[in-house]
Every structure is written in C-alpha cells, then in structure tokens.
Design a protein around this ligand. Sequence first.
Ligand code: ZN
Length: 146
Amino acid sequence: MLKRLRQKLRNNLAALEMPANPTAAKVRTLIPKCFVCERDTAGHRFATIASTVLSKVNETRVRAIYQHVEEHDWTALRDFTDFDGELDAVLVYAVRCSNHPGGMVLLISDPHELYAGPEAIRMELITDAELDIIASFVKDTDWQEM
Ligand SMILES: [Zn+2]
C-alpha cells in the first residue's frame, strides 16, 4: 500500500516536469496557463523586462512601473533595472510563444523573504507589434524556456 502510494507520488512529481531554472519555475507557478492560447505555459518563453524595489523612498518608481504596464508604455520600462537584495522586488515579465502571435506582460511582487511567495499584481495581453518593441531592448539570450 505504502509502496504503491510512493510510486504514485513519484509519477505525479515526474508529470509536473518543472523546469530546472528556479525563475522559470516561479513564473510558471504564477501563470500556469497562457491567456492567449489557453494552454499550459510550458513551451512558452519569458524574459524579465523591468525591475524596481518596493520601499517607501522608492514609491514614485513603483507607481510609475505600474502605470507604464497599465498604459502599455513598454519603452518607458527600459529605465527600470533597480535591484536591492535586502528589499522586496517588483518585476515585469514578458511571455511569448512561437506557436501564436502576441503574448502577455505580468507585473509581480517578489518578496525577498523566502517564506513569502511572489504574487501576480497585473496581467496585460500584448500584440506582436508590442512584443517587437519589448524585444528591441531585451537581449535574445534573456528569453528563457518556461
Ligand atoms: Zn500561449
């Protein structure tokens, strides 16, 4: 009985096929399904396109990053590369798929404490033309398999 249960658990874990890349695993947990093709996001690619830190003194930039995502002002995001390992992060990811046009942009909060998981704050659907704008300032090598 126990042996069968263990085997079943092992099979279930294998079926999850979580990627080895921890960031890819995190993004897949946040967005398991693609809102464009309604399939599993496995096989899609993502890139971090902007980042800032969540703190009182940085409130203006946090509001700005949110507003740029809301208004689809992707070029404005290229100036957001702030990082501080001691502070919670606000990150923007772009998700694309080679099997369909368009993709998604995801704004998340990523607490620096390990016990607190990341949380999706806002999701926007984007067109191929918008993906081209994003790709103009994101290196080809920054796109990772999910
Ligand atoms: Zn898709």
